[in-house]
Design a protein. Structure first.
Length: 170
């Protein structure tokens, strides 16, 4: 029996400025999606000319960011585990890590979407804003948390493509 047949194939690659930029540029654009959504929301709500609506949007975006920052582990954990599997050449484990992260994202996202009214109430209590601002904030949180599963799946996808060096522009 060949001694090398049981050993995992180790992948090596040369790091160049081009390869770093090929990964960094798309990842930077991907990380900008959340702030861009806030900018678009502000531009749309700003057309109404109501300060209470803008205040509710700003307060709601803060609550939304706090809630989803707790799930950064989907991105960083997926990145670390997939990178290890990638380095070992274990494609099956790469896929397994990715799908586990997606499953966690879907379940957590559905739970957040279902609990959106409670998150909105907690956010309103925490912010203690003017009633009109608080009402606008609660509505914004309830609407935006409906997209929670997709936002969290995005974290898992970003972690996967970054770790597996598949985020390039090549």
């Amino acid at each position: 029996m060949d001694k090398g047949a049981n050993q995992a194939t180790v992948r090596t690659f040369v790091v160049t400025n081009r390869s770093v930029l090929a990964i960094a540029v798309p990842m930077t654009l991907a990380y900008l999606t959340t702030p861009l959504l806030g900018i678009v929301d502000t531009a749309v709500i700003g057309q109404f000319g109501d300060a209470a609506l803008l205040g509710g949007l700003a307060a709601g975006a803060l609550i939304f960011d706090v809630v989803f920052t707790t799930f950064n582990f989907l991105r960083s954990g997926t990145t670390g585990l997939v990178a290890q599997a990638f380095g070992r050449g274990d494609e099956l484990e790469e896929q397994a890590v990715f799908w586990r992260a997606v499953l966690i994202a879907i379940v957590a996202g559905i739970v957040f979407a279902a609990l959106a009214p409670l998150v909105a109430i907690a956010g309103q209590w925490f912010m203690a804003a003017d009633p009109r601002v608080s009402e606008a904030m609660g509505l914004y949180i309830r609407i935006r948390l409906l997209a929670a599963p997709f936002s969290l799946i995005n974290y898992a996808i970003l972690g996967y493509v970054w770790a597996a060096a598949r985020a390039g522009l090549d």
